[in-house]
Design a protein around this ligand. Structure first.
Ligand code: ADP
Ligand code: LRH
Length: 496
């Protein structure tokens, strides 16, 4: 086929980028056109995303794309992190900046919401893990605060829906991201009327749009501003994790149960398996696993793990103190630190949004009777080894939930560049680790556009293209005895 150029607009919690994917029918080549930082903005006691700055950067990326690829651009689509949202009023006005999911208002709303409906009831209805920032609890926080925004709202739009609306004027809620709200019933495949009524939420939820929906062309003013007039806007898996998992370079398992799992490694480590159906049972509820909607009608049975947020926040604090380290410098420094000295629970509430992450890590160690890490390298080593310990626990649970052996872990996303963490994952889980591609989210986004346009047959054909296009790094387990001993210590630290 003649080459085709698709654009992925991939906005992560720590950075966003606009990438071109040039596809020749067998391989896809990536070109990064624009990259920009992202993160929380604190204002008047709340934590927000700077929506308009993100939008400005997206348009910058589109202008660069036009300059480079002109009318070869056939389509584009946006993915972002899950759960966050804003609204339009009935005059089409955007009603405020979306709150950041780490906003402090969620904890209270979460506790109060569980007085309205039990965990069992909510899990049976949605199959979703309990995270205090799920859209349900954010919306309930607004309801409890008599939010004027909620009163005026007519259209609920999640982050990627907002960008698709800004691009095209079309309003809808793409399905993969809807599945992160905890207001979606994966069995009926619709909004949970039961929970919407129970939590007294307004009728603002839009039509649920399938992945691959073609929204048409850019609004006239966006076309004029960017110069892109002919490209279609096509919904990828707009939840970044859905797109990332779509680009895992795995071959279809031949057995009844999956023999590989994935870790989508960025701000979060999202670790799980792909299944054909939601798995909603008592064990999943007990281990707090989630069933999120994937590309091609798949389900992601996974667990959120604290992830490289720990490292990002340490880096931010040290930068504020005048020491700016690159990611690879931090990895090198931690390599030199003593192995398996002190450990933390990466999912402890104290790491969710601390003012000072290195101090929070040291405090956890002191509180649990361990020697706190001192140097930067020691702090990062503690964070990385603790993540790998959690990977081991989740790997064990995944095998229990699926009833089969999982012998390969695919690590995709920015964190796949951290060779030390990949080796730790192999050592800790006693598994082969395959790391890459780094830009899996953008690749999944691009390949889903290709499938929607009929340029590729299916999700599994896309994965073959990914295997043909990107090299990966492999890690084998070594030194597992030391990890076995330390795992006992790790388990003793949980719930402390
Ligand atoms: P998100 O989509 O959540 O913003 P990314 O997938 O972009 O996250 O991954 C960002 C993370 O990748 C960073 O926090 C950092 O820990 C890791 N990373 C990026 N580049 C490197 C590198 N060169 N070496 C090691 N780790 C890296
Ligand atoms: C990862 C992610 C994850 C959600 C979190 C809010 O970027 O989308 O899947 O749980 O952000």
């Amino acid at each position: 086929m003649a080459t085709k150029t698709y654009l992925a607009i991939d906005v992560g919690a720590s950075s966003g980028r606009v990438l071109a994917g040039v596809f020749d029918g067998e391989r896809i080549r990536l070109e990064e056109l624009h990259r920009f930082e992202n993160g929380p903005t604190h204002a008047a006691g709340g934590m927000y995303w700077d929506l308009l700055l993100l939008w400005k950067n997206i348009q910058e990326g589109l202008k660069s794309a036009k300059a480079k690829y002109g009318d070869d651009i056939v389509s584009m689509g946006v993915d972002t992190w899950g759960v966050d949202f804003s609204f339009l009023g009935d005059d089409g006005e955007l009603l405020g900046n979306p709150r950041h999911y780490r906003d402090p208002r969620n904890k209270k709303a979460f506790d109060e919401a569980l007085q309205i409906a039990t965990r069992e009831e909510i899990f049976a209805e949605t199959g979703l893990q309990f995270l205090d920032f799920n859209s349900l609890y954010q919306l309930y926080a607004m309801r409890q605060a008599d939010s004027s925004i909620l009163d005026a709202a007519t259209d609920f739009l999640m982050m990627p829906d907002i960008f698709h609306w800004l691009l095209t004027g079309e309003k809808g809620n793409e399905v993969t991201n809807v599945t992160t709200t905890q207001l979606y019933n994966p069995v009926t495949k619709g909004w949970s009327k039961k929970l919407i009524d129970k939590f007294r939420l307004p009728s603002v939820f839009k039509e649920i749009l399938p992945t691959g929906t073609n929204l048409g062309k850019l609004r006239a003013e966006v076309a004029a501003a960017t110069g892109i007039r002919t490209a279609e806007v096509i919904l990828p898996g707009t939840h970044d994790t859905a797109s990332a998992v779509a680009a895992v370079p795995a071959a279809q398992s031949s057995g009844k149960t999956p023999n590989w799992c994935y870790i989508s490694s960025g701000t979060w480590s999202l670790m799980g398996v792909e299944t054909t159906h939601p798995v909603i049972n008592a064990k999943c509820a007990e281990y707090n696993f989630t069933n999120e909607g994937g590309v091609g009608g798949t389900t992601r049975l996974l667990k959120n793990i604290g992830g490289l947020w720990l490292v990002q926040e340490c880096r931010r604090i040290w930068k504020e103190a005048g020491h700016e380290y690159s990611w690879s410098e931090l990895v090198r420094m931690s390599e030199a630190a003593t192995p398996l000295a002190s450990l933390i629970d990466p999912d402890h509430a104290s790491f969710s949004a601390p003012a000072n992450m290195p101090q929070a890590i040291r405090d956890f160690c002191t509180r649990t009777g361990q020697t706190p890490p001192q140097s930067e390298g020691e702090v990062i080593r503690c964070a990385l080894e603790s993540l790998a310990m959690r990977y081991r626990q989740v790997h064990t649970w995944l095998q229990e939930l699926t009833g089969g052996e999982i012998n390969t872990i695919h690590i995709v996303g920015g964190g796949a560049q951290n060779a030390l963490l990949s080796q730790f994952a192999a050592d800790s889980c006693k598994c082969r680790v395959v790391a890459g591609p780094t830009e899996a989210t953008a690749v999944g986004n691009l390949m889903t556009q290709a499938v929607a346009l009929g340029d590729v047959g299916s999700l599994w054909d896309s994965r073959e293209v990914v295997r043909n296009s990107f090299s990966v790094a492999e890690y084998q387990p070594r030194n597992t005895t030391a990890w076995d001993e330390a795992y006992g210590r790790f388990l003793n630290l949980l719930n402390k």
